[in-house]
Design a protein around this ligand. Structure first.
Ligand code: NAP
Length: 322
């Protein structure tokens, strides 16, 4: 089969190569998926580049442990392992995995769900990771309630476009922050208010929010706390800056400070949970969430797709078609 492979860390265009390789083996609890589309996640850029360096502790010190990148897919079930009862050949599925930038991916049955009926493979492929990150941040970390004022910084990105729609589905009054070119899109997915960060500074506006989700990672902790109500909740989803920790220092300061202040300052790391795929499928089929796709690349151009996502200004999600 054709697959994108990676043997070293570096710029995506330099280290990601299209090669011919064997189809993956399928364990007893696994499903062999014929990949139709793979979502491109900022994590693919981080693993390609090996940055920040701290991620190499988990992904491989000198070179990546997983040779085929790609963390989320949608496709058609080819074969199933002997313990798999819930899927069969021909089912249309989506889920999270390792090795998604390939014609076939072996995926644990617990990391798959049937594809939402009203989506294309491209749309379904871009749901898993950004979708469950937004879902867990809004529902489990911030515990957003109807009527709460929620500020989403980075509302036009991969996680942000889901966060806006899921916060609206929870009944919140949602303000999205993005650049001028994305204002109309963020409004179109349901934000009640949109702040163009090139013209207005959330820290200077004098407005206060019950919940702030920060995906952009470029505001100081004191700026974010200044825009939060006295008992509000800040969920730090993303960071930026520095090749070693990429903003993780700010997150650690927030966690250390939280017990001593009235505001709730939370560090957040999403979890790969199959049941959240079902929740996202239901939100999509109910028309409450629609994936936003920016650009589509063929498999051979996956390195360019990963580099594009690494610029951190994609409008929603980027997808690779197989
Ligand atoms: N904690 C976790 O488990 C977890 C999981 C997934 C992702 N993440 C992290 O979450 C972050 C976002 O991921 P993503 O996939 O959504 O990235 P993305 O698609 O690149 O989105 C980045 C967003 O940040 C906005 N942005 C850029 N500069 C900004 C600024 N100066 N002020 C305000 N907004 C700005 C962009 O808007 P414009 O394009 O309009 O400028 C865009 O909406 C990343 O740091 C990622 O590593 C964390």
């Amino acid at each position: 089969m054709k697959a994108i492979t990676q043997d070293e860390y570096g710029a995506p265009e330099d280290v990601l190569m299209l090669k011919q390789m064997e189809k993956p083996t399928v364990g007893d609890d696994d499903v062999l998926v014929r990949v139709r589309a793979a979502g491109v996640h900022i994590g693919d850029w981080l693993v390609a580049s090996g940055l920040p360096y701290v991620i190499r502790l988990g992904y491989g010190l000198s070179k990546p442990k997983t040779s085929v990148p790609g963390m989320e897919v949608a496709g058609i079930v080819e074969t199933v392992g002997k313990n798999v009862k819930q899927f069969r050949s021909g089912d249309e599925v989506f889920g999270f995995c390792r090795g998604g930038f390939a014609e076939y991916a072996s995926v644990s049955q617990s990391a798959l769900a049937l594809k939402p009926a009203n989506t294309t493979f491209e749309q379904a492929a871009v749901v898993p990771i950004s979708g469950f990150t937004a879902l867990q941040a809004i529902r489990d970390q911030a515990e957003v309630q109807p009527g709460q004022k929620v500020l989403i910084i980075g509302a036009s990105g991969g996680v942000g476009t889901y966060a806006v729609q899921i916060a609206k589905a929870c009944g919140a009054d949602v303000t999205g922050v993005c650049s001028a070119r994305n204002v109309d899109m963020v409004r179109s997915i349901g934000a009640d208010h949109v702040i163009d960060y090139t013209r207005e500074d959330v820290a200077q506006s004098g407005k206060r929010y019950d919940v702030i989700l920060d995906m952009a990672g470029n505001r100081s902790l004191s700026d974010l706390r200044g825009a939060l109500t006295p008992n509000g909740t800040l969920v730090i989803v993303g960071g930026s800056g520095g090749r070693w920790l990429m903003g993780f220092g700010r997150t650690l300061r927030a966690v250390a400070l939280s017990p001593f202040v009235s505001q709730n300052l939370r560090q957040f790391m999403s979890k790969e949970r199959g049941e959240d795929l079902i929740t996202l499928k239901e939100l999509i089929e109910d028309g409450k969430v629609t994936p936003v796709i920016d650009r589509t690349f063929p498999l051979s151009e996956a390195p360019e797709a990963v580099a594009y996502v690494g610029q951190r200004h994609a409008q929603g999600k980027t997808v690779v078609t197989v």
